[in-house]
Structures are given as structure tokens and as C-alpha cells.
Design a binder for this molecule. Structure first.
Ligand SMILES: [Zn+2]
Length: 472
């Protein structure tokens, strides 16, 4: 994304939290406990409608020390209280980087009161009465280990009351199941009076948190846009993009594009989309940002410095997939690729692509990095298609890829890695991603291309557009 879009994102970070009159709040004990869980997180909004509460409970001992989850901060903590299994209050101390329990073996629940305003900063332009906060603000975890699984209960509310939207997998009723990624990678949750829309497509249950604010697009049009984009990307994955997906749609004002910014998180699959309030259904349907962000969910998370490869793959497919799915015409897809490559080529600075990638967020060299990466993806795709064609001329007679050449195209490599991507718990390097794609194909294609172009200040020689936009 361009620097301007990044700035927009941070501007969104702090949204006023409130709850309309009549808001109800749960104070009851934990019930319907999923059998497999050891730690249970019971989330809610406090009666003052400004603070959040999480009760962290266990049938056995509690962790002796707890630290904030990814994106969470100590300063969000207002109060911590430990009530043991017998209902007695036990001392708790708050150290500089952890909550310390004096009697963890006494079990029971640790109750935390949190102020999301301390965890996020920015302004509330265009949006109010809802707040988007990292899941780590809630998900305090044991300092000594990462839970392999846990459960979160989120009250289901209908009507205009304070809602909580989370990206995690539905379990039992109000319970959601969490895996280790929730405790190791950033996630996104929404609190407030946003609207909750739902859709299911290609095996993915989509929850859309539509934040308050004017928008030309209706709820039905937003659902249709997100559903079509998700369905389109599932064609590349040949599987659901995710079992459950949270999409946060936030209206913004004055954007040059229908969608001003997109951002994906992996600690629970979610996509944030800042949508210009004037964007109508037709403009959203044609827009590339949602498809681009969803393609990221098919890849493992990659280090920020190594954006060249993952952003390149997502950029390449944002055009290919929209054309394949009929969101734009094939001719428009070819033109978009050609124009993008040309913009990337012209954005030369004399620095190597590796340097551009590493410093992209400081220099703003997004166009150069994204489109040089897309060129590398296009070269890999062409090489795989060419090799498969040469090695196995009878491939058209087979339903699947030939045994000798596991990939007929980059599509096959992406589809092969997608099931693993959702389970990865740390950011990979671009080199790890290249090697993993090559392993799926049984041949070294991406790694040599990445090595060749990472240290080059030239723009890769892209294939002719007619060579690129091809069928699945
Ligand atoms: Zn991207």
C-alpha cells in the first residue's frame, strides 16, 4: 500500500468506544465450557461502556505471570483481580511487563479491566462509536508458554448494543476456539455499535463488521462485494480462504480510490478495508484491494523487510484473479498488469530491489517493490508453465499435475502452500517462502529468481501481457 494509505490506517486506529442506551452487559459465570480448553477467556464491555473486561479462567492452576498478546500493551491495563476457585480474592501485582499472581495454584479466574483508548491512538475522523483493537489487548497469555488452544466467549448481541466481533473459529454457542497463532501473531477485533453482516461462500463463513459512518454502498452491496472477492480467491486456493474470516469495512472520506487501504492479520484471519464513502457497488466490485489482501491469506506471514516476494505475488494475482473471475475483463487485466509493470519500472532509484524492500516503509517505494515483485511472480509463473508443457506434453489429458512436475503454474504452488499458511506461527523470510514454493513444485524456480533480482537495481524483464493472463 502507498504511504498515504498507511497514514489513513493509523488515523483509523483510535475510534471512540461507546454503547447506545439500553446496552446490556454480562456479568454471569462461565458456562458451556468446551472440553478441550484449558484457558477460557470471557470477553465483555463494562457497564460504563468505555472499558473492556476479560476473565481468564482455568479449571486448574492459573499461569503465575501473564503478558499482553500481540499488539497488546501493559498501559491498556486498568485493574487486575484474582478470585480463586473458592471465591476468595488473592493478591496480584503488576510488574513493568507482566501481571504476577501470588497464588496461581489456587485457580479460579483473573479478571482484567482494560481501556482500549490507552492501546490505540489516532483520531476518530468519519467514524465513531466503534473501536478496532488488536486481539492482543484482550488475549493476555502465560509468560512461560504459548497455549496450544484456548476458548474465547463473546456475547452474541442483536440490535444496536455494544457488539464484539472477533476473527476466530466458532466453537460452541458463544464460544470461539483459538489456536497458537492467536497468541503469536497480530489479530483484529471490533468493539462498539458497528453492524454485523454475514455471508458464506466457498467454504468460508464471513463476518463483516461494518463500522458506523455514511457509505453509498448498501449492506447488501458490501456483502456481495466481499463474498465475490472471497469466492474468487478461493479458486486460486482450491480450498476455503479460511474457515472463518472477519472483514472490517470502515468508511473514510476523500479517498482517490474506492478502497483507500487494506490490511490483513493472521492471528485470526481478518481483513481491514477503508472504503471511500462515495464508492458504489460497481466501483467496489472492480476494485483490487480486497482480492489482493485475501491472496495474502494463502501465503504464510512474511517479514516486513522481505515484502518484495509476498507483495509481488499478491499484486500479480490481484489482476489475474479479477480477470479470471469476471470482476474485470481479460483485456482490462492485461492492461492493468502492463501499466503496473511500467509504473514499477519507472520508479527506479538506483537502489537494489532488496534495499527497496527493506526500506519501503521509510522511503515509500511501494510501487517499485510491489510491481518488481509482481514481475518476479510473473516470471516464475511463465517458467513453471513452460517447464510443465515441455516435460509433459500429454498433461492436458490428465486431471491433475504430472508426477514429475508437481506444478503446472504458480497457481499450483500457491494452492499447495495455502493449507500450511494458516498454521504458520511466525513471520517467514522471503527466502523461506521461495524455498517452500519450490519444494511444492519439485524444482528450483522462485529461489533463483529471487536471488537474481533481490541484489539487482534493474526491473525484471516481464513477459508479454499475452503470455501472462492465462486460464487456471
Ligand atoms: Zn499486500
Amino acid at each position: 500500500m502507498r504511504a498515504r494509505r498507511i497514514a489513513s490506517f493509523y488515523g483509523l486506529a483510535a475510534l471512540a468506544l461507546s454503547c447506545t442506551p439500553g446496552c446490556s452487559h454480562r456479568t454471569g459465570a462461565v458456562d458451556h465450557l468446551p472440553n478441550e480448553s484449558t484457558l477460557r477467556y470471557d470477553l465483555d464491555v463494562e457497564p460504563d461502556r468505555r472499558r473492556l473486561r476479560v476473565r481468564i479462567c482455568s479449571d486448574g492452576p492459573l499461569p503465575a505471570r501473564l503478558v499482553p498478546g500481540p499488539g497488546g500493551e501493559m498501559r491498556a491495563l486498568v485493574r487486575a483481580r484474582h478470585r480463586d476457585a473458592m471465591g476468595r480474592l488473592r493478591p496480584v501485582s503488576v510488574a513493568s511487563a507482566a501481571i504476577v499472581l501470588s497464588h496461581p495454584a489456587a485457580g479460579g479466574c483473573l479478571e482484567l479491566h482494560l481501556d482500549p483508548g490507552r492501546a490505540v491512538s489516532g483520531n476518530t475522523a468519519g467514524i465513531d462509536r466503534a473501536v478496532v483493537i488488536p486481539g492482543g489487548v484482550w488475549l493476555w497469555r502465560p509468560a512461560a508458554y504459548v497455549p496450544t488452544h484456548a476458548s474465547v466467549r463473546v456475547p452474541i448481541r442483536r440490535g444496536a448494543e455494544a457488539r464484539l466481533s472477533v476473527p476466530w473459529t466458532d466453537g460452541h454457542g458463544e464460544w470461539h476456539r483459538l489456536g497458537p497463532t492467536a497468541f503469536l501473531l497480530p489479530s483484529r477485533t471490533v468493539v462498539g455499535s458497528h453492524r454485523h453482516l454475514e455471508s458464506t461462500t466457498s467454504g468460508t463463513r464471513i463476518r463483516i463488521a461494518r463500522l458506523p459512518g455514511p457509505m453509498q454502498a448498501t449492506d447488501a452491496e458490501i456483502v456481495s462485494w466481499i463474498t465475490d472477492a472471497t469466492s474468487c480467491v478461493a479458486r486460486l486456493a482450491r480450498r476455503p480462504v479460511a474457515r472463518h474470516l472477519l472483514v472490517v469495512v470502515a468508511p473514510v472520506r476523500g479517498s482517490r480510490d474506492p478502497v483507500a487501504f487494506g490490511h490483513v492479520t493472521r492471528g485470526g484471519p481478518s481483513v481491514l478495508l477503508l472504503v471511500d464513502e462515495r464508492a458504489g457497488a460497481a466501483a467496489l466490485r472492480r476494485d483490487w484491494v480486497a482480492v489482493h489482501e485475501l491472496v495474502h491469506l494463502l501465503l504464510p506471514p512474511v517479514r516486513r523487510d522481505d515484502a518484495l516476494l509476498p507483495e509481488g505475488i499478491a499484486t500479480y494475482y490481484q489482476e489475474l484473479l479479477r480477470a479470471r473471475c469476471g470482476l474485470i475483463s481479460a483485456q482490462e487485466g492485461r492492461a492493468a498488469l502492463a501499466q503496473g509493470f511500467e509504473r514499477g519500472r519507472r520508479a527506479a532509484t538506483g537502489r537494489t530491489l532488496g534495499e527497496e524492500s527493506r526500506d519501503m516503509y521509510a522511503t515509500g517505494a511501494f510501487v517499485r517493490v510491489y510491481w518488481a515483485g509482481a514481475a518476479i511472480a510473473a516470471l516464475a509463473d511463465r517458467e513453471l508453465r513452460s517447464a510443465a508443457s515441455t516435460a509433459d506434453p500429454t498433461r492436458r489429458a490428465h486431471a491433475g499435475p504430472s508426477p514429475r512436475s508437481a506444478c503446472r503454474s504458480l497457481d499450483d504452488a500457491i494452492a499447495a502452500i495455502a493449507p500450511e499458511a494458516s498454521r504458520v506461527t511466525r513471520a517467514w523470510t522471503a527466502w523461506e517462502l521461495a524455498d517452500a514454493l519450490d519444494r511444492r513444485c519439485g524444482r528450483r524456480v522462485m529461489r533463483p529468481l529471487l536471488e537474481r533480482w533481490w541484489s539487482s537495481s534493474e526491473f525484471p524483464p516481464v513477459p508479454e501481457p499475452s503470455e501472462i493472463v492465462s486460464s487456471e
